[in-house]
Design a protein around this ligand. Structure first.
Ligand code: TXA
Ligand code: MG
Length: 334
């Protein structure tokens, strides 16, 4: 890619010049992989069309699939999107944090139309940590999808980013393991109605606890977050859900204190959370899937995981990993 080095420099997030170097690279129209509390993001200046185009190129992502614009404040978000009372309440309650709010796009903002894929809505999120500091320093929105190639598992460490796209970008900021471990929850808010487009790091129950109703699409309804098509996060191995027994040679993704029958003959076993803690399970999900995939078993059997709280996001990602694969050309994940 023009202007991008072949092998990325990896810089620890707490090094004194990490923020300045990342901001300089973004200012120069380059791409930088950054840690956020959910997963690592592949960041570009959201107002620079060429830089944003680079994201689609590096990920091999279809251009009809819009990106999240990361902001440093509710005020910055409101300069880009139309926030009704409910959207403001959600931002106040969950920002900074793993909630993305899709709202109507204001006319004539500096956001490049590639970010929204030309739609009249925009997805906005204020992250925690390095990502937030970087956007604040830039003083303008930063577009960042997960820092993986399309169709691969979202990275929760700098090493995972380097292994997947390290030969395609200039700089990776290493902030250690991403604490939440699954992507942000995405809600669409318009006319004070909240619709869940993607379960994620904020449990729907937490939104309902504010006295709001969270609408879900009926199964099989049209996909509203264009990146949410079925086959996604595809490991090389096949994935089998709700396994109560393990067949010889399968790898086992375990959860909680009790093991599925036949676990003794598994090719490899990793436990998402021996105590059955869903937050811990979410934080371990992608790294464990990745590690089990490397065990070279043809099948990863997954023990049942409760669908409540963060379990909704975990089960959603696992269902995508288990879904029948599209042909490479037909892929539409992010
Ligand atoms: O936690 C996260 O959300 C991470 C970190 C890096 O912030 N980002 C992330 O981005 O997961 P990405 O691009 O991998 O997923 C964003 C999702 C896609 O499914 C996309 O289709 C959807 O958000 N999306 C973006 N803009 C949208 C819009 N205007 N309307 C509906 N869906 C939208
Ligand atoms: Mg993604």
């Amino acid at each position: 890619m023009k202007g991008q080095e072949r092998v990325a420099t990896i810089l620890k997030a707490d090094e004194p010049d990490a923020l300045a170097r990342a901001a300089e690279a973004l200012d120069a129209g380059l791409l930088v992989a950054i840690p956020t509390e959910t997963v690592y993001g592949l960041a570009a200046d959201a107002t620079n069309g060429e830089a944003v185009a680079g994201i689609f190129e590096v990920k091999g992502r279809p251009r009809f699939n819009p990106l999240i614009a990361h902001v440093a404040s509710l005020e910055m978000a409101q300069s880009i999107g139309v926030f009704d009372e409910t959207a403001v309440a959600l931002a106040r309650r969950f920002w900074p944090g793993p909630l993305t709010i899709v709202v109507p796009l204001k006319p004539d903002t500096a956001i490049h139309p590639l970010v929204t894929a030309g739609q009249d809505t925009v997805a906005l999120r204020m992250p925690r940590g390095f990502g937030a500091a970087l956007v604040a320093r830039m003083g303008r929105p930063v577009a960042a999808p997960s820092a993986n190639r399309s169709g691969r598992i979202s990275p929760t460490s700098a090493e995972a980013v380097a292994a997947d796209i390290g030969d395609r970008i200039a700089l990776i900021i290493d902030g250690g393991a991403a604490p939440v471990g699954v992507e942000s929850t995405i809600v669409r808010v318009e006319d004070n109605v909240v619709r869940l487009l993607r379960p994620g790091g904020v449990a729907a129950e937490e939104i309902e606890a504010m006295g709001l109703t969270v609408r879900r699409n009926a199964p099989g309804a049209a996909v509203e977050a264009p990146g949410m098509l079925a086959s996604h996060y595809a490991p090389a191995a096949q994935v089998r859900l709700n396994a109560i027994r393990v067949n010889p040679g399968e790898a086992l993704l375990a959860f909680g204190p009790d093991r599925a029958a036949g676990h003794e003959t598994a090719a490899a076993v990793l436990n998402l959370s021996p105590d059955g803690n869903l937050a811990e399970a979410a934080a371990n999900l992608f790294a464990h899937l990745h590690a089990l995939d490397k065990a070279d078993a043809a099948m990863i059997a997954v023990e049942p995981i409760p669908a409540t709280g963060l379990g909704e996001a975990i089960n959603d990602r696992l269902a995508r990993a288990a879904a029948p694969r599209h042909g490479a050309g037909a892929r539409s994940e992010d």
